[in-house]
Write a protein of this length. Structure first.
Length: 389
């Protein structure tokens, strides 16, 4: 039988990542060092009280049933966290858990869009921002994030006729991959604009706790009136290193949450109880670890961005996220893929080609700050010794 798969599967071929992975494994097999700064998985561990809560709950046989819904204590812990962390008051109907923001962003378009509805997504942007709406057969309309527009959407410059076809817009600051934060007043402006244009805002807030130089990570829901048009994805992956447990939340507009819950009730039977208990421990627990971790990320950022600048590569300091972003040196043109490959071969430093985040990422690279400072310093030295810069 000749197997024929959906055309969309062609979009998911691993391509460069598979090749890079093979090259990395080849290097490791030869006993050579690899500085893996490509994957955004935190190398920190979750706090002990979080792991204890999961372990305790995992010992109880009753916790292996379908959970079907979020426990009221879990919803309550989100209410507590949003009040304490962002000054945002939530009610239970404004909250639902997702298997990480990734899953939520993958599916929310299916609950909001009919085929052909427009969705505004950033370019460059985190890949699922485009993949999710595409799976819902929505029509992607990219908005450019460039130095000229301070890496913000040009709201006033958008065509009104096009905007009439748009169902929702995905926004995310601090932003992966470009590592920029939203300036004060931006969300206020965005919320007003969204109301006027009748467009739902989906804010992905994965990095509000990894933000540098005294900047404050906020929730878009702290803007007056935001709940009329906004929902936000809040993730436990990066703030609490609860990454593999797959726990995040959609919070905000009640109707959007209820509508999305209806879709997800068809897809899954609820989050494993021990994962819910661990999340409660995280959300209601102390915050010192989160703040110390942020300081450590900042030290790593300084080592990487400052280190690369000191050897002649102008990588600007990230404003937030666990990444650094910059253009490849001019002499390499815009072929970020070839550059990443050569850098890997000559220095052992592995980073991610910017073009994997959209056409405006071409000619750029993204580094993950997932190694300790001393390792990052060694990686910078390896880049210098490669003679590539
Ligand atoms: C911007 C952004 N959103 C969402 C995610 C996925 O987070 P989660 O683990 O909650 O699915 C990531 C992970 O790197 C991310 O960078």
């Amino acid at each position: 039988m000749e197997l024929k798969f959906a055309d969309r599967m062609k979009d998911f071929e691993e391509g460069i990542f598979q090749v890079l992975n093979e090259k990395k494994n080849e290097r490791l097999a030869q006993g050579k060092t690899v500085y893996n700064l490509s994957v955004g998985t935190p190398d920190f561990k979750p706090a002990q009280h979080i792991m204890d809560a999961v372990a305790e709950a995992a010992k109880k046989p009753g916790n292996y049933k379908y959970s079907l819904a979020d426990m009221p204590e879990l919803t309550g812990s989100v209410i507590e966290r949003f009040k304490k962390r962002y000054g945002v008051e939530l009610v239970p109907e404004e909250i639902m858990s997702v298997y990480g923001s990734q899953e939520g962003i993958t599916h929310i378009g299916m609950s909001l869009c009919n085929p052909g509805d427009g969705v505004l997504v950033p370019n460059p942007g985190y890949p699922i921002f485009a993949i999710g709406p595409s799976l819902a057969n929505a029509r992607l309309i990219t908005y450019d994030l460039t130095e000229e527009n301070s890496y913000l959407p040009d709201l006033e410059g958008m065509d009104d006729e096009v905007l009439k076809t748009v169902k929702f817009m995905i926004v995310s600051y601090p932003m992966n991959p470009i590592c920029k934060t939203a300036p004060e007043g931006f969300y206020e402006k965005l919320v007003l604009w969204a109301k006027k244009k009748n467009i739902i805002i989906v804010h992905d807030n994965a990095y509000s706790d990894i933000i540098y130089d005294g900047r404050k990570g906020i929730s878009i829901l702290s803007v007056p009136g935001a709940k009329e048009v906004c929902v936000e994805f809040y993730s436990l992956s990066k703030s609490y290193n609860y990454t593999g447990a797959r726990m995040g939340f959609l919070v905000g507009n009640k109707e959007i949450v209820a509508n999305f819950k209806k879709l997800r009730s068809q897809i899954d039977y609820g989050t494993f109880f021990p994962v819910q208990y661990g999340a409660i421990a995280a959300l209601t627990g102390p915050d010192d670890m989160i703040k110390e971790q942020c300081r450590e990320y900042q030290r790593r950022r300084d080592a990487l961005c400052g280190g690369l600048r000191s050897i002649g590569w102008d990588i600007k300091d990230s404003e937030g996220t666990m990444f650094a972003w910059g253009a490849i040196p001019e002499k390499y043109g815009t072929d970020d893929v070839a550059f990443v490959m050569e850098l890997m071969q000559k220095s052992g430093v592995l980073c991610t080609p910017g073009s994997s985040f959209g056409s405006l990422g071409k000619g750029h690279v993204r580094f993950a700050l997932t190694l300790p400072v001393e390792e990052i310093q060694k990686a910078v030295r390896a880049v210098k010794e490669s003679g590539m810069i």
